[in-house]
Write a protein that binds this ligand. Structure first.
Ligand code: ADP
Length: 624
């Protein structure tokens, strides 16, 4: 060989070995007859190990990109030898002797002497694409992961839009255009926001999509050709916020209402007792002069009016945050009472059907419990446009629900409630009725009472067909208390009774009512009463005591008695007017402590005082 040729051969050999790509030459039977350094490095085999090894050698452990084993006969070199055609970018996994898996991308060039001949050899070149493949795999996994997240974000759609404002890729939503995404009214605003976003401004807008409310974020992607749109369905969140603010309003109104109720209670009490006293006096005259008979009638009328005020005040007190007196109550009895209280409103308008199935006792304040159903029944009666008891029906049912709670349904076939109004019916002061007919408080009071009892009140309605209210209440294992005797007989006891109330008007009227049956000593403060109670030679047999008084409160007086004269402490009856402090509430939660809730009737106070007097006498006779 000439020196020049020798030189060229050496240069070619250097080039061959210096290449980053692996190169092997294979003879017509597939055996390797030459290789470069890169081939040794990539395949993990020495030149000696490579030389002579054929593609179909069983030691090659090769796989397709999908993981399936690739047989030697299907290696790209063998394909090129068989077909005479070159092979391009053939991807194959090969396991090196050290166990490491490498991915190589292969090109094969068949060498042919004359057209139509089979190749006498092939040149196989390959690149190690392991790193690239791993990166691609990682990217692919990442993309799948993101797609899965984006497509499954609850209530969220993510999309890429382009400069023509077309949605290119969307995840988690069905809309394919802006017009499908939002209502026509909101379209122009969305498009304007999208254009601002393409020029680099992040924008947020709210838009409606039928019944749903969407919050849309438009986020630039650093190019004027595409940007990101994130649409979140916030209808539920808004509804929840609405409900919470309604709840808050209810609490505020409730606190106010409870305060007003409390203030009305005292004057209501002495007005009612004074009228009753007048009536009792008139009743002692037999026969009363005609003018007094008329007077008695009008006093009775006034008393009925006061009865209504008393019911309203009781309703307002249902708003107080403190727990009212809760005892096991017979739900059916409460429903019957409610039905008879509402009968006046119902009877000329509709037929009331009571289907009262037995239910376990409910722990509740019985007056409050009845009030829920009075409100529902009166509303039902007012749901008819024309009075027609043959067609108009109100059905009140009680039963045990599948979840074990007591369920009361009050249904009517009246006007029904407009769906736009339905979400607001439990709002305080929400009414669709004429001024003077509706206060808008009924259902919010019901809601307040039912929630405080751990229950639930819901309403379904169809315009023109009627309305159903469902009240579900937790039941109790406790037994119902023994019923009060129907006939109340009071023997003239002439008990020694002490009355303590800081409100002089109340004190006066209590005095007038009680003096007819007992010997009274009256005090307008606990301080004055204290000495008498501690010193009295003839111990009182009943102490009727206001709970909330300045200086020494009812609870404190009671505590001192417990200390010094425990037998007297048992003769206490507390007069309560609604809101009480924590200490009093604790004392009243003791079931053996007697209480008289304002507003009360003359019979209530006479009955209770007589009971205490009798108790004291019984105790004294057994002690003596
Ligand atoms: P009020 O009865 O004083 O209006 P409520 O809080 O009891 O206040 O009721 C609020 C509103 O709910 C009513 O004004 C009425 O529009 C609607 N409503 C309640 N019950 C019924 C019913 N049974 N049928 C039709 N509408 C009802």
């Amino acid at each position: 060989m000439s020196p020049i040729l020798e030189d060229e051969a050496a240069q070619l050999a250097a080039l061959f070995d210096g290449m980053a790509e692996g190169v092997v030459r294979q003879s017509a039977d597939g055996a390797i007859v030459d290789c470069n350094r890169a081939a040794e490095r990539i395949l993990g085999l020495s030149r000696d190990q490579l030389m002579g090894r054929s593609s179909i050698d069983p030691r090659w452990r090769t796989i397709h990109p999908d993981g399936v084993v690739l047989s030697g006969a299907d290696h790209p070199a063998m394909l090129a030898l068989r077909t005479g055609a070159p092979v391009r970018d053939f991807l194959m996994g090969v396991e090196r002797p050290d166990g490491e898996q490498r991915w190589i991308s292969i090109n094969v060039e068949p060498l042919i002497r004359a057209a139509g001949d089979a190749p006498y050899a092939v040149i196989t070149t390959f690149r190690d694409v392991t790193h690239q493949r791993r990166t691609e795999r990682a990217l692919h996994d990442e993309r799948q992961f993101l797609t899965a997240i984006l497509g499954n974000l609850p209530g969220t759609m993510v999309a890429v839009f382009d400069e023509h404002l077309e949605l290119r890729r969307t995840f988690g939503g069905a809309a394919t255009t802006f017009d499908e995404l939002v209502d026509a009214d909101d379209g122009p605003e969305l498009r304007a926001a999208a254009r601002r976003c393409l020029s680099g401004e992040t924008t947020q807008i709210s838009a409606r999509s039928g019944e749903r409310l969407l919050e849309l974020a438009l986020v630039p992607l650093g190019t004027a050709e595409a940007a990101l749109l994130i649409a979140r369905d916030v209808s539920e969140r808004e509804a929840l916020r609405d409900r919470l603010s309604r709840q808050e309003r209810l609490v505020t109104v409730g606190t106010l209402a409870a305060g007003v109720g409390h203030e009305i209670n005292n004057p209501l009490q002495f007005v009612a007792l004074s009228i009753e006293f007048g009536l009792r006096r008139i009743a002692t005259l037999d026969p009363p002069p005609p003018v007094l008979g008329e007077l008695a009638e009008s006093l009775n009328e006034a008393l009925r009016g006061l009865g209504r005020i008393r019911e309203i005040v009781r309703g307002l007190k249902a708003f107080t945050r403190e727990r009212p007196v809760a005892r096991p109550v017979d739900l059916c009895a409460a429903l019957e009472i409610a039905a008879s209280m509402a009968a006046h409103e119902i009877k000329l308008v509709a037929t009331l059907v009571l289907e009262l199935g037995p239910v376990p006792p409910i722990v509740a304040d019985d007056a409050q419990l009845s009030q829920i159903f009075v409100n529902l029944l009166v509303n039902a009666a007012q749901a008819f446009t024309t009075p027609d008891p043959t067609h108009n029906r109100i059905v009140c049912r009680s039963e045990v629900a599948a979840d074990g709670r007591a369920l009361v349904t009050v249904s009517d076939n009246g006007t029904g409630i407009d769906p736009t109004v339905l979400p607001r019916i439990f709002d305080p002061f929400f009414t669709t009725k004429a001024i003077g007919t509706g206060t808008g408080l009924g259902l919010s009071i019901c809601h307040g009472i039912v929630s405080a009892l751990g229950g639930e009140i819901t309403c379904t309605s169809e315009l023109g067909r009627g309305t159903t209210f469902r009240v579900a209440l937790p039941v109790s294992d406790d037994e119902l208390p023994a019923p009060r005797p129907a006939v109340r007989i009071r023997a003239p006891l002439r008990g020694r009774v002490v009355v303590i109330d800081d409100e002089v008007d109340v004190l006066d009227v209590l005095g007038r009512v009680l003096r007819e049956e007992h010997e009274l000593t009256m005090f307008s403060s606990a301080r004055e009463a204290l000495d008498h109670l501690l010193d009295a030679r003839e111990a009182p047999e009943a102490v009727l005591c206001d709970l909330m008084m300045p200086y020494i409160s009812g609870v404190e007086l009671h505590a001192r008695m417990l200390d010094r004269r425990p037998e007297l402490a048992r003769a206490f009856v507390f007069i309560t007017g609604g809101s009480v402090d924590a200490r009093s509430a604790e004392l009243l939660s003791d079931a053996t402590v007697r209480r008289l809730e304002k507003p009360f009737a003359a019979d209530d106070v006479l009955d209770l005082v007589a009971e205490v007097v009798r108790d004291s006498r019984r105790r004294r006779s057994t002690a003596g």
